[in-house]
Design a protein around this ligand. Structure first.
Ligand SMILES: Cc1cc2nc3c(=O)[nH]c(=O)nc-3n(C[C@H](O)[C@H](O)[C@H](O)COP(=O)(O)OP(=O)(O)OC[C@H]3O[C@@H](n4cnc5c(N)ncnc54)[C@H](O)[C@@H]3O)c2cc1C
Length: 443
């Protein structure tokens, strides 16, 4: 990877990715592995992080994290990144789903599926650093940062991209395919007039790490309360030392959020205790809290000639089911597989037939995952009389009926996606965890 904030005028890249967040960086790596002869440019508004490389990583108590499904571990393994990621990944060996104040509950165990974990919890910062360390080994990936994609337009046989460099100058790039990975508030999606469907959940997610008197024993708790769902994910790494920290996702009404945010640290722990119960003993500490308004955002037609949306630009889901980035990764593998086919046929990467084939290949997974997340919120979030009994019946039923439980587990584990062949060997996996490669600077 080369890094610069000054794109040369009119330069051509086979693929330009707007946004170097988790989705954009994962796509760049997947492309570099699958089609190493293709030139890729990633444009990212924020400067490139270059301080702590994975070897010197210090986990922070307040770090935000992502639950990676088992299927995402397989994808990162294919990309040669898993051995690096695993050093700081907390395995989820059990998932306990319950309904506050009712008897219904279901339990999933990795052992029942003959796997070492159902998924993993990884700090977003660690994930980003591992991706960057791997991308540093990929000379075909050029990283423009800080730089912002300002406009995207069609031109005969190509897509034209205007980039504002860090020094304020405007540059033209040309590409076969422009990927919008510019996040949930995608300005480029709006600028290009993609139709967006948005449904506000009327709730906020409060995110914080919490300490508990009892060890999490690598168990994730999904708990449904009359005020909305909450999740506690095991956190703190694979070793037993930090086994009393969990990552909290707590959905709250706007009023309840105000009350929690106005409370003292001890009072916050007490309110959480009241909502969650005592399965992990007493809550002893709650770290820095951040919160987000929640809505379901989908783009029914995420492709057009020369342009495709991925990651949060294509879909933003309720975080309680932990599916957003996992779905994005499966979308990325489906897209890369179609790019490989286009490459073999000699077609342009951004041809409408290639992008439509991607959309079609990913559609069923996309629909299933959106419905899975959304139905969890509706079934378990609504205070509708009588629904509690149905939920009890549903959870108990899920616990007893093996095929239903397997279905639920497969959704949670993110299994079933096809994966392309990547052209790399084991050294790539090892290299992802190493530091010390300098970044070429051009100014
Ligand atoms: C509270 C919460 C908890 C979550 N938990 C989970 C979980 O447990 N499991 C899971 O799978 N998913 C989870 N998700 C979803 C997951 O975080 C997202 O799917 C993931 O971060 C998507 O990243 P992205 O790269 O698409 O977007 P972003 O992370 O928003 O990245 C977009 C990037 O684009 C850059 N950018 C924007 N505009 C431009 C431009 N014009 N030019 C250049 N660069 C630009 C931005 O600087 C940014 O770096 C959660 C989400 C939330 C909100």
């Amino acid at each position: 990877m080369t890094a610069t904030s000054h794109p040369e005028g009119g330069r051509h890249s086979d693929l330009v990715i707007a946004g170097g967040g988790l989705a954009g960086a994962s796509l760049a790596l997947a492309m570099a592995r699958a089609l190493p002869h293709r030139a890729i440019t990633v444009v990212e508004s924020f400067p490139l992080a270059r301080d702590a490389l994975p070897d010197s990583y210090q986990p922070s108590y307040d770090a935000r994290s992502t639950a990676l499904a088992w299927g995402s571990r397989q994808i990162f393994q294919d990309l040669g990144l898993w051995s690096a990621l695993a050093r700081q990944a907390t395995p989820i060996q059990h998932i306990h789903v319950s309904d506050r104040g009712r008897f219904g509950a279901t339990r999933l165990a990795a052992g029942d599926h003959h796997q070492e974990a159902l998924g993993y919890v990884v700090d977003n910062r660690w994930l980003g650093l591992c991706l960057m360390a791997a991308l540093r080994q990929c000379p075909q990936v050029r990283w423009l940062a800080p730089a912002t994609v300002e406009t995207v337009g069609a031109e005969a046989g190509a897509t034209r991209v205007q980039v504002r460099a860090g020094d304020g100058t405007l540059h033209d790039l040309r590409t076969q395919c422009m990927v919008l990975a510019d996040g949930g508030r995608s300005g480029l999606r709006e600028q290009l007039g993609f139709q967006v469907e948005r449904r506000d959940y009327g709730q906020h997610a409060l995110i914080a790490n919490v300490s508990t008197a009892e060890r999490h024993q690598f168990t994730a708790f999904e708990r449904f309360t009359d005020a909305g769902p909450m999740a506690l994910l095991p956190h703190g790494g694979p070793g037993p030392a930090s086994a009393c920290t969990s990552a909290l996702v707590w959905t709250l009404s706007p009023d309840a959020l105000d009350t929690v945010m106005a409370a003292s640290p001890d009072d916050r722990c007490r309110q959480l205790q009241q909502r969650f119960g005592w399965r992990l003993g007493r809550f002893t500490r709650m770290g820095e809290c951040s919160h987000y308004p929640l809505s379901l955002v989908t783009v029914p037609e995420p492709v057009r000639p020369g342009v495709v949306l991925i990651g949060n630009a294509a879909h933003a889901l309720h975080p309680v089911a932990g599916q957003g980035f996992n779905l994005a990764l499966r979308g990325i593998t489906a897209l890369v597989e179609q790019f490989q086919r286009a490459d073999a046929r000699g077609d342009a990467l951004g041809s409408l037939s290639t992008l439509k084939a991607y959309q079609q290949a990913h559609q069923a997974d996309w629909q299933r995952t959106v419905q899975f997340s959304d139905s969890l919120v509706h079934l378990f979030g609504a205070g509708i009389p009588g629904l509690g009994l149905a939920r009890d019946a549903g959870l108990v039923g899920l616990d007893l009926v093996a095929p239903a439980k397997r279905w639920f587990a497969r959704q949670a584990m993110g299994l079933g996606a096809r994966r392309p062949d990547y052209h790399h060997n084991q050294t790539a996996d090892a290299a992802a965890g190493t530091s010390g490669h300098s970044i070429e600077e051009r100014s």
